[in-house]
Design a binder for this molecule. Structure first.
Ligand SMILES: *[C@@H]1O[C@H](CO)[C@@H](O)[C@H](O)[C@H]1NC(C)=O
Ligand SMILES: *[C@@H]1O[C@H](CO)[C@@H](O)[C@H](O)[C@H]1NC(C)=O
Ligand SMILES: *[C@@H]1O[C@H](CO)[C@@H](O)[C@H](O)[C@H]1NC(C)=O
Ligand SMILES: *[C@@H]1O[C@H](CO)[C@@H](O)[C@H](O)[C@H]1NC(C)=O
Ligand SMILES: *[C@@H]1O[C@H](CO)[C@@H](O)[C@H](O)[C@H]1NC(C)=O
Length: 429
């Protein structure tokens, strides 16, 4: 990390926050380094004695690094660059400070064409995800690894390499993707994923592959499996480990569209919201009207009127986001009916952590202010009835479905949980 970067962040934090706020992605189980981030792993013993199944991992929303390259016709402020070589667009706290966030929003936001129903990057912005095939882009979200919000899959990847003897790019692979998009805009990614799974199988003596997804990554895998032939699945897939997947949707996503998602406590929520509202992925994981529990249909309460899961059109109109309605119409049902994937499934989910079920707003401040929240059970991000929905496949497919309940774990922190690690040990060896 450059010294300049360190100073920028430090000064920013000193000025705008009282101490380090708790970020949603932050985990506190490893020793923080001197920048308040995560220390490098200590060197690990890599016993090479096991007969392991190869693994492909898939991360969730906000969960892969993104790079951008600019050659823009115009910019929103004189502080913004028109031109750049490839640089880190996500996650890069430097660009999220108040005096730069408008530039960042303009670079990461998507444009929707309501005639062709296609989304694209803003004019003059190119994006890419680094190192398809590797877990690199989602072990840490910030290239420099330091700092809040950066740590993601590293604890799980480390467990696999350090404790179980896996080798990256030999029997351990990753499928990062542009998490702004829904599966419907990801044809190329699914081609890549198919090839990755097939070559992983071939290069490991024709051993079937264990796919491990987290959060929205599972929805991508599920979408993919539904489109593959049974013969393909029988040949290549050992099992699908679904960790904390929002099968029926997530209230967290609705809250992000309505009021913004700070992601990291001190960031300017409403500015980030304007980018979130253009990303199809957030519509893709909204609560599904056809699947959401009958006794939890009331999602938003304001003094003047309430909105149920069947009233997105009215809700998005009320918040002045017609684009949200378009994106939801196109992407909300992307995974289709809740039929089983017909591969062995390890349905891993947490519960007992407060998770929003209804958002209650003060009329005047709706939707810009943070709502009061009626909580239910879940992992803080995904409601338990959504993440455990994979259990329903038990009676719907002939392949086994394993019930892996890990109560008390938060949405991201679960990836570092040793009970999960030991369970995975039994799956892959
Ligand atoms: C596209 O958006 C414009 C401007 O909001 C609107 O006037 C038009 O009716 C929309 N067209 C479709 C097909 O929705
Ligand atoms: C597909 O794979 C290629 C080669 O690894 C990579 O360069 C490209 O970024 C990937 N594209 C997507 C959308 O995954
Ligand atoms: C909205 O729902 C709440 C909670 O069920 C209820 O008390 C209130 O009367 C409803 N308000 C309107 C305007 O329907
Ligand atoms: C899954 O396991 C949990 C914890 O053991 C149990 O409470 C729950 O009833 C099980 N669910 C199903 C559908 O088997
Ligand atoms: C890991 O998960 C288990 C099962 O939910 C839980 O009992 C345990 O406290 C968790 N461990 C840590 C360190 O959070």
């Amino acid at each position: 990390m450059s010294l300049l970067k360190f100073y920028t962040i430090t000064i920013f934090i000193a000025v705008f926050c009282k101490g380090f706020p708790q970020a949603e992605h932050v985990q506190t189980f490893t020793k923080p380094n001197k920048y308040g981030g995560q220390s490098q792993r200590s060197s690990c013993v890599s016993p090479n004695k096991y007969n392991r199944k190869p693994i492909v991992m898939i991360p969730g929303v906000l969960g892969s690094q993104l790079e951008g390259k600019l050659n823009k016709p115009d910019v929103v402020s004189i502080l913004c660059s028109k031109q750049s070589d490839w640089y880190s667009l996500w996650l890069n706290l430097e660009q999220l400070v108040p005096w730069e966030v408008d530039c960042w929003v303009d670079n990461i936001k998507m444009l929707y064409n309501n005639e062709t129903r296609q989304v694209r990057n803003n004019y003059g912005v190119q994006t890419r995800v680094p190192q398809f095939g590797s877990t690199y882009a989602f072990e840490y979200l910030d290239k420099d690894k330091y700092g809040i919000g950066s740590l993601y899959f590293a604890p799980l990847v480390d467990y696999m390499t350090c404790n179980l003897g896996y080798t990256k790019l030999k029997d351990l692979f990753g499928a990062p993707f542009d998490w702004r998009l829904s599966p419907l805009q990801h044809k190329k990614f699914f081609k890549n994923l198919t090839t990755l799974i097939e070559t992983t199988y071939k290069n490991n003596n024709n051993r079937k592959v264990v796919v491990i997804g987290h959060s929205m990554g599972n929805m991508f895998m599920y979408y993919h499996l539904k489109r593959k032939s049974q013969a393909w699945k029988d040949k290549y897939i050992d099992s699908f480990v679904s960790i904390s997947s929002p099968y029926f949707g997530s209230m967290k996503s609705l809250k992000a569209l309505l009021s913004g998602k700070a992601m990291i406590g001190f960031l300017p929520k409403l500015k980030l919201r304007s980018a979130v509202r253009t990303a199809p992925a957030f519509s893709f994981v909204l609560p599904r009207p056809d699947l959401w529990p009958k006794d939890k249909q009331l999602l938003v309460v304001t003094l003047q009127r309430n909105f149920t899961v069947h009233q997105y059109k009215e809700l998005f109109k009320r918040i002045g986001c017609e684009g949200c309605w378009d994106l939801w119409k196109d992407n909300g049902y992307a995974t289709g009916s809740f039929t089983p994937p017909n591969v062995p499934v390890h349905c891993v989910y947490s519960s007992m952590v407060n998770t929003a079920e209804t958002l209650i707003y003060d009329e005047d401040l709706f939707p810009d202010d943070s709502p009061s929240i009626v909580d239910g059970s879940g992992d803080g991000t995904v409601n338990v009835f959504s993440s455990s929905a994979c259990l329903k496949w038990k009676t719907m497919q002939k392949q086994p479905v394993y019930n892996v309940s890990l109560p008390g774990n938060k949405h991201v922190q679960i990836l570092a949980n040793s009970t999960l690690h030991h369970y995975l040990n039994s799956v892959v060896l």
